[in-house]
Ligand binder design. Structure first.
Ligand SMILES: C[S@@+](CC[C@H](N)C(=O)[O-])C[C@H]1O[C@@H](n2cnc3c(N)ncnc32)[C@H](O)[C@@H]1O
Length: 253
């Protein structure tokens, strides 16, 4: 499933990788949505977190550039507002109280464009609450893939605290919190690593034919087995970057 055209398999994502939005629960606490607030969820995927935000009484808009993900989100939560929109080129009117994003922004290399659009979408005083892969995320997997496959694509943006804070500040935000932390993440099942590589890692192998990708997945799985597989599951070295930033309130007249 190469990610060159942002194609996703929502069924596989929901069946095997629900830990992605499961880990987003504590990010929702940080968002602390209030009834009546307008909240934008960037890279909403199949919409589970968008739905959870809406349960607070907030009015939500979920955007995603994958037609499959947006189609699935609309099917999962037909009453919610999901839009097929690229996070590097969007406007939202009227402006929102908060921009939220979980596990999406590391798929978008043009972070400055996302930050500028988010800034434009927010009311003065509005908040930007996001978590993405940070510097060092899945380094062991990337290393194993390049050892097995040689030169591979570089599909992700895994910034440091300093890099990402600078991007947000250039857009006009005040960064209140930025934290890079380890979150070893378990993928269940003997075939869990193969499935992870198929779901997410295929972006590394973009442009290779199916048979070559399958061979690489097999070889990477065997290379990682001694260190990553235990008790029926695989532990992957996720590192997350969590940020809270504010669009400064307009100066008094
Ligand atoms: C791992 S999923 C996360 C989905 C959801 N936020 C969650 O927590 O389950 C990443 C999502 O980012 C979306 N995405 C990637 N690039 C994007 C872009 N340029 N604009 C909007 N969405 C994008 C993908 O389509 C995908 O749905």
């Amino acid at each position: 499933m190469p990610k060159t055209k942002n194609t996703w398999d929502p069924a596989r994502y929901q069946a095997r990788h629900s830990y992605v939005w499961g880990h987003g629960a504590s990010l929702l606490d940080l968002l602390n949505p209030q009834p009546g607030e307008r909240i934008l969820d960037i890279g909403c995927g199949p919409g589970q977190l968008t739905h959870q935000i809406s349960e607070s009484g907030a009015i939500v808009i979920g955007i995603d550039s994958s037609p499959d993900m947006i189609g699935d989100a609309r099917q999962n939560f037909p009453k919610l507002d999901f839009r097929l929109v690229d996070a590097t080129r969007f406007e939202i009117a009227p402006q929102v109280d908060a921009v939220f994003s979980n596990a999406a922004l590391h798929w978008i290399k043009n972070a400055s464009a996302v930050a500028a659009c988010s800034y434009g979408a927010l009311k003065p005083g509005g908040r930007f609450i996001a978590e993405l892969g940070g510097k060092g995320n899945i380094a062991s997997v990337e290393q194993a893939v390049s050892e097995v496959a040689g030169s591979v694509s570089d599909p992700w943006y895994f910034p440091t605290v300093g890099e990402y804070s600078t991007v947000l500040e250039h857009a006009g935000f005040e960064v209140n919190q930025a934290l890079l932390f380890d979150r070893p993440t378990r993928v269940e099942g003997e075939d869990g690593m193969d499935d992870w590589l198929l779901m997410f890692g295929s972006a590394l192998l973009a442009g290779m034919d199916e048979a070559r990708q399958r061979d690489i997945r097999r070889a990477v799985t065997e290379r990682l087995r001694p260190t990553h597989y235990r008790d029926g599951g695989w532990t992957i070295d996720y590192r997350r970057l969590r940020v809270v930033a504010i669009k400064p309130a307009a100066p008094p007249p």
